[in-house]
Design a binder for this molecule. Structure first.
Ligand code: SF4
Length: 228
C-alpha cells in the first residue's frame, strides 16, 4: 500500500479560541471540540469540566507519556517512508489504488468536531479508520471516538465507499474491534456529539461518574468534589 503523508487541504477554516473553555474552538460560528474528548466523556464528564472549564492542570499519567512516545516513534518512521500529499488528492487517488496515511486531520464544522486520525487505510472498495489504544478492550468511549472520526471523514469527503471504524492495540497490528459505520451508528454518534455541545453551551450538566473504581486512578481526584 502506498504511504501518503497528508499535509495540505483544499479547504481551510479560521479557528477562534472559545472565550472561556480551554481547547474549545469556534469554527464557522459554532463551538468545535477535539474528538479525543469523547473518550474522556465516556469515562467521566466531570473530568472535562475540571480540565477545560475550571482550567485545572495535572501531570500526565505514566500511561499517557508512554502512549505519546510510541505514537511519536511510529509517526517519525511513517514520515521517512511516505510521500507528501493533499487530502483531497489522496482520497480521489485511493479509488484506483490503495494508500495509507497517519495523523490525518479531519474537521466537520457543522457537527462541531475536529481531530487527528491515527491511521487511515483508503482502499478502492472501503475506508478503514483506525485509532490506537492501550490494551484490547473496546470501551464505549473509545468506540465513540473512532465513530466520530468516521463522521468527520464522511462529512469532508461525501465519499460513498463503505467506512469502517477500528481500534488497534497500540504498537501492534492487532485490530481488536472493527465495525461498519452504518446510518444507525451515525445517528447514535451524532446524538452523543450533541450532548457534548450541550455541555459546552451550558444547556446540559457535566455528570460525574458514580463508579469509585474510575475515581481511584483519576488524575483530578485531589481537586474533585465528587471524588469517591
Ligand atoms: S475524581 Fe471521579 S468524579 Fe471526579 S473527575 Fe475524576 S473520575 Fe470524575
Amino acid at each position: 500500500m502506498q504511504q501518503k503523508n497528508i499535509n495540505e487541504y483544499d479547504k481551510t477554516y479560521e479557528f477562534k479560541d472559545h472565550p472561556s473553555i480551554k481547547g474549545l474552538k469556534i469554527i464557522d460560528g459554532k463551538n468545535n471540540f477535539p474528538i479525543s474528548w469523547l473518550n474522556q466523556q465516556g469515562y467521566c464528564e466531570y473530568q472535562l469540566y475540571l480540565e477545560n472549564v475550571k482550567g485545572i492542570e495535572t501531570q500526565p499519567t505514566k500511561a499517557m507519556t508512554q502512549g505519546s512516545q510510541i505514537h511519536q516513534e511510529l509517526e517519525d518512521i511513517f514520515k521517512q517512508d511516505s510521500t507528501p500529499a493533499k487530502f483531497e488528492d489522496a482520497v480521489e487517488a485511493s479509488k484506483e489504488e490503495a494508500s495509507m496515511s497517519r495523523e490525518v486531520f479531519v474537521v466537520a464544522p457543522d457537527y462541531g468536531i475536529r481531530g487527528y486520525i491515527d491511521e487511515i487505510w483508503m482502499r478502492p472498495d472501503e475506508i478503514v479508520i483506525i485509532d490506537d489504544k492501550p490494551g484490547r478492550t473496546p470501551y464505549e468511549s473509545t468506540m465513540n471516538q473512532v465513530r466520530a472520526y468516521c463522521l468527520a471523514f464522511k462529512d469532508m469527503t461525501c465519499d460513498d465507499r463503505k467506512i469502517k471504524a477500528a481500534l488497534r492495540e497500540r504498537g501492534t497490528e492487532n485490530l481488536f474491534w472493527i465495525e461498519v459505520f452504518t446510518p444507525d451508528i451515525e445517528k447514535q454518534i451524532r446524538f452523543t456529539i450533541d450532548r457534548m455541545l450541550g455541555l459546552f453551551d451550558g444547556t446540559k450538566p457535566f455528570k460525574a461518574t458514580k463508579n469509585p473504581k474510575k475515581c481511584r486512578p483519576c488524575r483530578f481526584k485531589n481537586e474533585c468534589e465528587h471524588s469517591k
